[in-house]
Structures are given as structure tokens and as C-alpha cells.
Design a binder for this molecule. Structure first.
Ligand code: SF4
Length: 651
């Protein structure tokens, strides 16, 4: 009996029209847990060097290991492939209801290869799986597609993940949309390239857990605790005071900060507007929080607003919040990413304002920034004129346009658009997180450790006393962190290693970061952390993991992603945060910190996991591959630093 997981994946070859239900090896679950962990093992084994738009590239939808069990807040479907924008591993995910439905249909994953000869959708109804013609859905919006498929299948309980026009046209900043959530960072254009408009799933099977009664009782209590815990969930839907983002984040093409933007009058105006269009609040599967706003702006269809998408559009356009609510109704139907697309458009406007793009490139370009956004969206989603160049993202567009456009590409990292955040003094643990992170977007990378020190020592002590998620040494680091002082290099290495560990755990078990890794930095009683997650995994699966075992699995999964990207050409030279993320930089110390981190991780000075590191993580086959390929000599002796959750802080 397999517990928590179904033990099966659905293999779909769109070129051949072949569909197979394949049993998985339980040993892989022990090594990688599930979700992204096991998906990356498939990517490594089967298509590690595939061109993103080749039929050999896989598009994998994974329901995390604990999805479908009673563990509250586990509902993330991870989508992995290779991104045409970065050429690297694409890490993306969405919440909602799709993953749980997939598990109940009897599958832990859908592995899609090949390309359909014409537009299709996949219909998974428990054991009955069909590739269906989607010609009638061509050009339809993502939510409209979901609605039409549900009507066609005569079942409103069907869960749908779909692309809009942007994905169909392989726009690099396109997303896969599902209910109140979406996956971006390269997965939308690959789905479009495979001519797969949507996946619809309905499942009615049982999922077994190892110790049902104990798990149920624990989860019942935990669910109530999460509901009552103000420290968890995504506050964007219900917090009216959004001064932090508006006073601290940058506007336009990530250059302008308006430090005193927020005011009580503005807060009232925005709250009243939001309430006037708010329909209700909504949550994801098996989560007591309700983080998503269902809104109906005037003259627009009803839709569900996600997370920080609430601010990205109007800040990029120097507008007010009604602009965001209005434009989102359009862009979510087109299936455009709410983080990268506003940055791409703000970058284009800067090129025009500085004479690098002209009226010849943008005929009839409006003068109002809001109208410019709508104008450019239409060009980009259709890849029309200059839109064809822009649709490949800021990095590629800057180089294709030339004539000095590269200077305006100042907020990408590993060729991917980042959140418009510009700060003063460099903070070395955040430098390391961003430089070495492979989740593409800084919002996906940070989370476990606070960004700032607390000035008042008594308040700092109080924070640390209540900081449930932190192992002992991080509490001690934080206690001695004075404002405007830097963490030591060794502390920075430890902090980043722990931060990564928590993200890779979440992505393997399907846990929402808003109840776990991302919330660690705010202190208090995080719902999930390194100390209690093993209990939930053990009760659900019958495993016997300790916190240190969990950390080791996470270390294995993290090195697996690194190995994939190394095979795809990523090296030290690529490991840098956005050029002007901090005003005050120290290149020498940054490189010293990076070198120390590579040693800490057991990587070469080019960021490549060594043979001793890979062998110790049961990834010896990768070391053998690397030696055969000439990536390693096999003589490298560095191995990762053994750490434990119980380690003290040291000097
Ligand atoms: S905390 Fe919010 S975003 Fe996360 S699973 Fe719950 S409802 Fe969804």
C-alpha cells in the first residue's frame, strides 16, 4: 500500500496521442519526497539538455506529496519544464484545487512530452483519459476556457488549468491559469508550444494515509490554529495599509521610489474602492485562510485577484489601484504573468521616452501611461510588430532592439524580470539568496530570515523568544544583528542554506509558502516549520523522518536542481542579483561571500556540486555523468558542510 501518494503518474505523448498510467518507484519518494523533488529527477533522467521548444522537453504537473491528505494548506501543484526565456529549469506552481483533484483521479503527476498536431485539451476523468480537439477554444481567455470546458463536460466540479492567447502565441511572460492561482516563469509558452490549451481533471478515488486517526485529530486542531493565526496567509487581500510596498518598492521600470506616497486619505480611498468591487474572499483547497479577492470591476468580468498582483500593475504604470483591478481582468484572460509583464511594459515605455523606440516601432502610441499598457498588451499577446520582440522578455528584447536598450535592462536576474525593489545598503545573506537562487523570482527565493534587524534589543529578544520556525543558531544570529551591521559570511551561508531548505521542502510536499517558508521571516507562530513538518509527513506516509532527515532530503533536491542547471550551462558568472538592487555594493566582499557559500555547499568555485557532495546525497550517478562530460574532473575534494537543526551559533 502506498500512503499519501497514489504511486502512479500519467504519461502523455502528444505527438503520438499515447496515454499511459505508469507505476512509480517508492525509493524515489524516500529520496525526494514528491512534487518538484521527483519531477526534477524525471527531468534530469529524461531530457536534461532538451531545447525548451523541442518535442523532447517535458512539461510536468506534480501534486505535492501531502496533497489530498488532511494536512491543511497543502494544495500546490508544481509545474516544471525548461524555460525558453532563461534556458534553465523552470520552477513554477499554483494553488487552488487542481492538484487535489489530480490526486483523487489517481495520479501524482502528469508528464507531457511531444507536440500535438493541432490545438487540444487533455481530459482526465479518473482512469478514463482522452486527448480532445480544442479548435473551438483557440484564442479564448483562460477563465473562459475553463468555463467552456466545464459546460462541455457538464460537470462544474471539473478543475481546469489553461493558457490564454499569450500562451498559445508562446509569449515568454505567459502563464498557466487555474481558478485563483497561476503558474508562470516559462511554463505557459511551453504549454502553448505543445499545442495544449488546457488540462481538465475530475477525480473521485480515495487517498490513503498511514495513521489516519492521529493525522485527522492533529490536522483538525492545526486547521483551527491556522484560521486563528494572524501571522499566516497572504495579507494582500485583507490588509488596507499597504504603505510598505508603496513607500519602499520602486515604480515604473524599477527606478523611482516615492518614499512618502502613502497617506490616510489614500488608504481610505483605495479601501472604499476595493470594497465597492469586492464580491467575496476565497481560499485554496483544504486551507482555512481566505487570501484571494473575488472582484467585479465596472464593465469587466468577475475574476479572482492573486497575491502581489494587486500592486504590480499600477506601480509599473504610476497609476492608482483601480487601474490594477481593471487591467487584471484583461491580462488574466490573456494568461500573462502579473510580475514580469508590468516590468516588461514599463521597460518598453522607458525605451520610447528615451528615443530608443520611436513612433515607427509604436505607431499611434498613446500619451497616457495606462493607455500605453493596454496598447502594448495587445501587441505582445499577438506578437504583432514590436510585440514579437517584446514577447521574449526584457533581456532578449533589449539585445534584439540594441541602440543602447541594454542599459534599460537593469532589473533582470538570470534573464528573468524581478520585483521592482531597490534598496540602499547591501545585505549579504539576501545577496547570496538572490545570486544563487534558482527559483528565478526573488519573491520565490526569500522567506525564512528577516530582512532587517530590530533596533530595540528588548523587542529583538521578544521576537526571538516567539520565533517558532527558527532553529537555535538563527535566533542567536538575529539577537546579535545590530541595525546597519552585516551578518558574518558564515552566518550568511547558514541563513541561505536554511532558507533554501524550507522552500525545497514546501515544493516537494505541496505546502503553500504563506503558511510555511515565506512566513518564517515575520517571526511568531508559523503554521509549518522544520520541527513540525516531519510529524505530518510521518503520519501521512508511514515514514520516520526527523527534522535533520528532512533537511537532508531538501539538500538533495536543491542539488538536483543545481545539477540540472549546470548541465544546461549555468556557472558562477550567471550568479548575480539585479545590477542596481542595492545602491551601495562591495564587489570584492560579494565575491568572497559567494566563494564561501560554494565551499559551504560542497560546490566547486564555479558553483558545481562536487563528487563527494553528490555521492553523499545519493546522487552519485550525476557525479559520474559530470566526469564523463568533463564538467568535473573527479579530483575535487570539497564536500558540503554537515549541519543540524540543533547546532549552536558558534563565534
Ligand atoms: S494561505 Fe492563502 S494562498 Fe495559501 S493555501 Fe491558504 S488560502 Fe491559499
Amino acid at each position: 500500500m502506498r500512503y499519501a501518494e497514489t504511486g502512479y503518474i500519467l504519461e502523455v505523448d502528444l505527438s503520438k496521442g499515447n496515454i499511459e498510467r505508469v507505476e512509480t518507484d517508492p525509493r524515489l519518494t524516500e529520496l525526494h519526497l514528491g512534487g518538484q523533488g521527483t519531477a526534477d529527477r524525471i527531468l534530469y533522467d529524461r531530457c536534461c539538455e532538451a531545447d525548451p521548444f523541442s518535442p523532447d522537453n517535458l512539461l510536468i504537473f506534480s501534486a505535492g506529496l501531502l496533497i489530498g491528505t488532511p494536512v491543511p494548506g497543502t494544495n500546490r501543484t508544481v509545474v516544471n519544464t525548461f524555460s525558453p526565456q532563461t534556458g534553465l529549469h523552470a520552477h513554477s506552481m499554483f494553488g487552488g484545487y487542481f492538484g487535489p483533484e489530480l490526486k483523487h483521479a489517481g495520479y501524482d503527476k502528469i508528464v507531457i512530452r511531444g507536440k500535438a498536431p493541432s490545438l487540444v485539451y487533455l481530459w482526465i476523468n479518473n482512469d478514463k483519459v482522452e486527448i480532445r480537439d480544442a479548435a473551438h477554444l483557440k484564442g479564448k481567455g483562460a477563465q473562459e476556457t475553463a468555463r467552456l470546458i466545464k459546460e462541455e463536460l457538464r460537470d462544474p466540479r471539473v478543475q481546469v488549468a489553461a493558457i490564454g492567447l499569450a500562451g498559445e502565441n508562446k509569449v515568454f511572460v505567459s502563464s498557466i491559469e487555474h481558478s485563483n492561482s497561476s503558474a508562470s516563469r516559462g511554463v505557459g509558452p511551453v504549454m502553448g508550444d505543445k499545442m495544449l490549451k488546457a488540462i481538465a481533471v475530475r477525480g473521485t478515488k480515495d487517498i490513503y494515509v498511514a495513521r489516519p486517526e492521529e493525522l485527522w485529530n492533529l490536522c483538525l486542531k492545526h486547521s483551527k490554529d491556522i484560521y486563528n493565526n494572524p501571522k499566516v496567509g497572504d495579507w494582500m487581500a485583507v490588509e488596507w495599509d499597504d504603505s510598505f510596498h508603496h513607500n519602499n518598492f520602486a515604480w515604473g521600470n524599477a527606478r523611482v521610489r516615492i518614499k512618502d506616497y502613502w497617506s490616510p486619505e489614500l488608504q481610505d480611498r483605495w479601501m472604499n474602492y476595493t470594497l465597492s468591487i469586492r464580491d467575496r474572499l476565497q481560499g485554496c483547497y483544504n486551507c482555512p485562510k481566505h487570501c484571494h479577492l473575488v472582484v467585479k470591476p465596472p464593465g469587466k468580468p468577475r475574476y479572482i485577484l492573486k497575491c502581489y498582483g494587486k500592486d504590480t500593475w499600477h506601480q509599473a504604470a504610476f497609476k492608482e489601484i483601480d487601474f490594477t483591478f481593471d487591467i487584471l481582468a484583461t491580462t488574466q484572460e490573456y494568461g500573462l504573468d502579473n510580475y514580469s509583464t508590468p516590468q516588461l511594459i514599463a521597460f518598453t515605455i522607458e525605451l520610447y521616452d528615451n528615443g530608443i523606440l520611436t513612433d515607427k516601432d509604436l505607431p499611434g502610441f498613446p500619451s497616457d501611461t495606462g493607455e500605453r499598457f493596454y496598447y502594448l498588451i495587445e501587441k505582445i499577446v499577438r506578437r504583432e510588430g514590436i510585440g514579437d520582440v517584446l514577447a521574449d522578455g526584457v533581456y532578449a528584447a533589449a539585445r534584439a532592439i540594441g541602440n543602447g536598450a541594454e542599459v534599460y535592462d537593469h532589473n533582470t536576474m538570470k534573464k528573468f524580470e524581478q520585483l521592482p525593489l531597490k534598496l540602499g545598503m547591501i545585505n549579504y545573506h539576501y545577496f547570496l539568496m538572490y545570486a544563487t537562487g534558482e527559483k528565478m523570482n526573488i519573491t520565490q527565493i526569500e522567506g525564512s530570515y528577516p530582512q532587517d534587524a530590530i533596533r530595540d534589543l528588548e523587542k529583538r529578544k521578544e521576537f526571538v523568544d516567539n520565533w517558532l520556525a527558527a532553529p537555535r543558531r538563527f535566533k542567536e544570529y538575529y539577537l546579535r544583528w545590530e541595525p546597519r551591521q552585516e551578518a558574518t559570511i558564515d552566518e550568511s551561508c547558514n541563513i541561505v542554506d536554511w532558507n533554501e531548505a524550507m522552500h525545497y521542502v514546501d515544493d516537494a510536499i505541496g505546502l503553500c509558502a504563506f503558511v510555511s517558508s515565506f512566513r518564517g521571516q515575520f517571526g511568531g507562530k508559523s503554521a509549518y516549520h522544520i520541527f513540525n513538518i516531519p510529524t505530518y509527513i510521518n503520519l501521512a506516509t508511514g515514514m520516520d523522518l526527523t527534522p535533520d532527515d528532512l533537511w537532508q532530503i531538501s539538500r538533495r533536491n536543491r542539488n538536483l536542481v543545481r545539477a540540472i542547471n549546470v548541465r544546461r550551462g549555468m556557472r558562477r558568472v550567471d550568479e548575480a542579483p539585479p545590477a542596481d538592487h542595492w545602491k551601495k555594493r562591495n564587489p570584492e566582499k560579494e565575491q568572497e561571500t559567494l566563494s564561501a557559500y560554494y565551499r559551504f555547499k560542497g560546490w566547486t568555485q564555479d558553483g558545481i556540486p562536487t563528487k563527494p557532495t553528490l555521492d553523499k546525497l545519493d546522487l552519485g550517478f550525476i557525479a559520474e555523468d559530470f566526469i564523463k562530460m568533463g564538467i568535473l574532473t573527479g579530483e575535487e575534494t570539497e564536500c558540503y558542510r554537515e549541519t543540524s537543526v540543533n547546532d549552536p551559533a558558534g563565534e
